[in-house]
Design a protein. Structure first.
Length: 156
């Protein structure tokens, strides 16, 4: 792979088009701290993004859509993922069992919180599915009740 390909930078419009979102969404995700940092950009300068930024944005959108997360929950999930990545780096640099035990304990806490968010969404989806199944059952009963009446009406 060439250096030019590795160093490719994209303007916000290109990123929005590739990710299927608006430029406003990208700016808002930046404000929330979900994407990139505006601190490195000078006032009035164009926003430039890397392939890694685009991948992160696509992952955030996937999580948002898949789990139906609020933006606050999305921020919380992303922060936990970033903290886990930092712990993985610490693990690689750590030599002592004591330090690694601390890292594992911290990672467990982060994953437990992420799992809570996902489980809460699963519960809400399960409740919604149960409601839909009940409505469907009720409509099938009505349909069955109406079927004999239609048959009698045709015979007359």
């Amino acid at each position: 792979m060439s250096t030019q390909t590795q160093d490719r930078r994209y303007r916000i419009g290109e990123v929005a088009e590739r990710a299927g979102v608006t430029t406003r969404t990208i700016r808002y995700y930046e404000e929330l701290g979900l994407l990139g940092t505006t601190a490195a950009r000078t006032k009035g300068a164009h926003r430039l993004y890397t392939d890694a930024d685009i991948t992160r944005l696509q992952e955030l959108i996937r999580l948002r859509d898949l789990l139906g997360l609020s933006l606050d929950e999305l921020v919380e999930l992303a922060e936990a993922e970033e903290a886990r990545a930092a712990l993985r780096n610490q693990w690689a640099e750590s030599a002592s069992d004591r330090e690694r035990a601390r890292i594992v304990k911290a990672a467990i806490s982060l994953i437990e919180r992420q799992l809570e968010l996902v489980s809460a969404r699963q519960q809400r989806l399960s409740e919604f599915a149960d409601e839909l199944a009940e409505k469907l059952r009720s409509l099938h009963e009505r349909q069955a009740d109406l079927a004999p009446q239609r048959a009698q009406g045709k015979r007359r």
